[in-house]
Write a protein that binds this ligand. Structure first.
Ligand code: NAD
Ligand code: UD1
Length: 320
């Protein structure tokens, strides 16, 4: 039974990770300010500290007695970083430097979320981890900064880390309500209610959509390989799907005819994104990822069930 801290544990990916950790018998503590996460996503059996990960006192309290920290807390919206680069930098990079520093004090291993946004728009596909990093957003630049600080924390201070560059993650508990939500959550929400969807551009743009269960598997494997060398891994499927194909598949799963409207492409849009999963497979031993269609069925089933969290709202084990 490990003692594990999950920052951002009430968020989309964090809630799935906590579910896996509690299920395997770990003692789980969550540090989350509930800015985008929901208290009803707190896994029963986990303890919750409601605080800002950038607050050094709260972070020290949260890390006390822990062996591993999964650091997922971030302003995960690229769009927010465009509007408020200083505010998002404080959470996405400065707070992460704080996490590595606190981990150094306490001998805690850190497994953290980076992003495929560190790559920017690359011509050579699939993207391997050694490809050039040329982020095109403040969000991507901050995530790359996290990786650089992980390396320094390892080399200079002996902190063991592993970083994960998630591609386009989807699954139950991903919030579909913002216009900047992931395309899968928006399309599933709209098509399951028989509403039209909008495709920006011609729909030929492609993404590597990875199911949240595969992200959790990668993070758990990361605990084993975390080292002073600060390794980084793609979290992807190595399969490419166009947005037009995606709309068609979701409509099929929903049993409706896709009503698609086309609008001009988003500015700064990446045309093709596809990751290589070779390192994750060979070094972490990650299994074949979940098929897109099966993952979409999970999302639709969750939406049809009324988008439940992991528990009913209650005040158990919460400190503020
Ligand atoms: P999310 O918004 O659902 O989860 C983030 C969690 O962090 C939320 O619970 C939020 O309340 C919490 N949080 C935010 N700021 C905080 C702060 N200052 N102090 C404490 N808690 C704070 O997003 P997610 O999709 O689950 O993302 C999790 C991680 O994965 C993030 O680091 C994100 O950048 C990264 N990531 C996600 C994707 C994706 O496709 N979802 C892709 C690449 C990287
Ligand atoms: C991600 C960010 C985005 C950022 C971009 C920069 C998320 C959820 N989005 O975009 O904010 O600008 O990285 O690298 O993290 N689409 C539609 N219709 C919709 C929604 C989306 O056609 O209603 C298209 C988009 O134009 C895009 C694709 O679907 O081509 C995927 O969109 P999205 O899920 O937002 O992810 P990214 O494009 O990877």
């Amino acid at each position: 039974m490990a003692r594990v801290l999950v920052t951002g544990g009430c968020g989309f990916i964090g809630s799935h990770l906590c579910q896996a950790l509690v299920s395997r018998g770990d003692r789980v503590r969550v540090l989350d300010d509930l800015s985008t996460g929901l208290e009803e996503n707190l896994m029963p059996g986990a303890e919750l500290i409601v605080a800002d990960v950038g607050d050094p006192d709260a972070l020290a309290r949260a890390m006390e007695g822990m062996e591993v920290c999964f650091h997922l807390a971030a302003v995960a919206s690229v769009e927010r970083g465009v509007r408020d680069p200083r505010g998002t930098h404080r959470v996405n990079l400065s707070a992460t430097v704080g996490v590595f520093d606190e981990a150094r004090e306490r001998g805690v291993t850190v497994v953290y979320a980076s992003s495929a946004a560190v790559y920017g728009d690359l011509d050579v596909l699939p993207i391997v981890e050694d490809a050039p990093t040329r982020p095109l957003s403040a969000y991507g630049a901050d995530k790359l900064g996290c990786e650089q600080h992980a390396r320094v924390a390892g080399v200079a201070h002996g902190v063991r880390t592993a970083g994960f560059r998630f591609f386009n993650v989807f699954g139950p508990r991903q919030d579909p309500r913002s216009p900047y939500s992931g395309v899968i959550s928006i399309f599933c929400e709209r098509l399951s209610h028989g509403q039209p969807v909008t495709i920006f551009g011609d729909g030929g743009q492609t993404r590597d959509f990875v199911a949240v269960g595969d992200v959790v598997a990668a993070l758990l494997a990361g605990e084993r390989v975390a080292s002073r060398g600060a390794p980084v891994f793609n979290v992807c499927t190595g399969r490419s799907t166009s947005v037009l194909e995606l709309a068609g598949t979701i409509a099929e799963v929903c049993g409706v005819r896709a009503d698609i409207r086309f609008e001009v492409a988003r500015s700064g849009e990446i045309r093709r994104s596809l990751g290589s999963r070779a390192r994750g497979r060979d070094v972490l031993g990650l299994a074949e990822p979940r098929a897109l269609r099966a993952g979409l069925e999970d999302v639709i089933a969750w939406m049809r069930a009324g988008r439940p969290g992991l528990r009913v709202r209650e005040e158990v084990g919460v400190s503020r």
